[in-house]
Design a protein around this ligand. Structure first.
Ligand SMILES: Cc1cc2nc3c(=O)[nH]c(=O)nc-3n(C[C@H](O)[C@H](O)[C@H](O)COP(=O)(O)O)c2cc1C
Ligand code: SF4
Length: 434
């Protein structure tokens, strides 16, 4: 099976420059630097490479939005915050193939005419931070980064910035605020970062995985990369599968692989041969799917058509023993804790949702609790500065709508005898699939 960004995982010392070069690192850089920046942007547009941080915005189109006539410097900001529950993929790239990411950064910076890139990495990610810093030092010493990138008349400096453990700092404008040394509060958009980003200068924010595919777009050409995926969703992507499956892990597969194939073929099916109950397909912010909705290609457009999201491809699998009420409590507690508090609907709404679901679990709830949760969640939707509000509301709406009878049982009678508490099973990170 074809692998691209994960192909060097398992190669001894793959993080070092010498080994990375033996396995192709920086072999695409010269080709990219020989192209005009505009041609490079067109190549990425043709590749149908989508943003893999969650929103799925086409990478090449985003790059083309930079203002042509601005005298200000341009920046590339790499989003390595990786905070979405159910998602742990970017760290594998940074740990095992930091030079691949650096090559993607160099090519992207050439395409957008930027001379400075920041890699914003989740604060807890010690090893990814160490590996990226070491890779930058090696690349500088070898003349790959610096005043003349690989001997070309092109200067590029890359700096690692450590986050401080806030989920909201993965949101691109909160990340920019944090990078500027301020509290990580999202900004109102527009203006979008491409127009006013870091220090109010034109800035492209891209996810680690998105940028790591860019060298392959250059290597094989945009159309060939596009052909690896499905319509309007090019190439491959990494799927993190966790929860009640036999082989939790990170699987790099063509975009558009069916969710059923990912769960039953790659992740080995459900633990103990139990029945599947529900799946969160794209990280905890994506609406939950029922067991009969998994014959869906895992691409951005197909998931949107059935009312969910491919998001960060963080697939969380629930079997028949999982209580959806307890699962929702875990999710909503997270969002209430991570709300930055700027917007009343998000700050108050997530806190109320947590209180209600906790009351249902602790005391059996009150008549009307299910409808109250739906009403509160719908009042958050679309009424906030950043998408965290929607990200908290959408799971609530989908859980309560699709599993309403389960909520009603808890509300009327308390804990059903058959339910097994969600925690503390399966806590811990899945292993990288070999
Ligand atoms: C609350 C919230 C958290 C986010 N966290 C991340 C994250 O950890 N990593 C990431 O790449 N994108 C995250 N995003 C998406 C970013 O705002 C942005 O869309 C992305 O970094 C753009 O890169 P891409 O186009 O390559 O996907 C988050 C968005 C929201 C609303
Ligand atoms: S939606 Fe929530 S997290 Fe986003 S800005 Fe408003 S309060 Fe902060």
């Amino acid at each position: 099976m074809l692998k691209l960004v994960t192909k060097n995982i398992g190669v001894e010392n793959s993080h070092t420059l010498a080994v990375a070069r033996e396995h192709g690192a920086y072999s695409r850089t010269a080709k990219a630097l020989a192209m005009s920046p505009d041609d490079l942007v067109q190549e990425v547009i043709q590749s149908n490479l989508r943003g893999l941080g969650g929103a799925g915005f086409p990478a090449g189109r985003k790059w083309s939005f930079l203002p042509k006539d601005s005298p200000k410097p341009r920046y590339l900001v790499v989003n390595g915050d990786e905070g979405e529950p159910g998602t742990c993929k970017d760290k594998y790239i940074m740990i095992h193939d930091p030079h691949l990411l650096l090559e993607g950064i160099i090519i992207a910076c050439w395409a957008i005419r930027s001379h400075k890139a920041f890699i914003y990495i989740r604060g807890e990610y010690d090893l990814p931070i160490t590996r990226m810093e070491a890779a930058i030092a090696e690349a500088k010493a070898a003349g790959i980064l610096g005043e003349k990138v690989m001997g070309h008349d092109f200067a590029l400096d890359v700096v690692v910035h450590r986050g401080a453990g806030a989920y909201i700092c993965g949101e691109e404008t909160a990340l920019l605020e944090s990078l500027e040394g301020k509290r990580g509060w999202p900004r109102l958009k527009p203006p979008f970062p491409a127009v006013e980003g870091y220090m109010r200068c034109p800035t492209i924010v891209n996810n680690v995985e998105t940028l790591s595919y860019v060298p392959f777009v250059v290597e094989m050409g945009g159309p060939a990369f596009a052909a690896l995926g499905c319509e309007r969703n090019g190439g491959l992507r990494m799927h993190t599968v966790s929860g009640r499956v036999n082989r939790p892990g990170v699987y790099e597969l063509p975009v558009g692989t069916s969710l059923r194939e990912i769960i039953y073929t790659h992740a080995g099916g459900i633990v103990g041969g139990r029945a599947l109950k529900a799946v969160i397909p794209g990280g905890s912010s994506s609406p939950v799917l029922t067991a009969d909705e998994i014959d869906v290609p895992m691409d951005f457009d197909s998931l949107a058509k059935i009312g969910s999201m491919a998001g960060s491809a963080g697939i969380i699998v629930f079997d028949e023993t999982v209580s959806m009420v307890e699962a929702l409590q875990v999710l909503i507690r997270f969002y209430a804790h991570e709300s930055c508090g700027q917007c009343t609907p998000c700050r108050e709404g997530t806190a109320w949702l947590e209180k209600i679901v906790t009351r249902i679990l602790d005391q059996g709830g009150q008549p009307g609790d299910a409808d109250n949760m739906l009403r509160i969640a719908r009042n958050i939707m679309g009424n906030t500065i950043c998408p965290l509000g929607d990200a908290a509301a959408l799971p609530v709406i989908s859980f309560v709508t699709k599993f309403r009878s389960e909520f009603e049982v808890w509300i009327n009678k308390g804990r059903p005898v058959a339910s097994i508490p969600l925690r503390p099973t399966h806590i811990g990170e899945p292993a990288m699939a070999s």
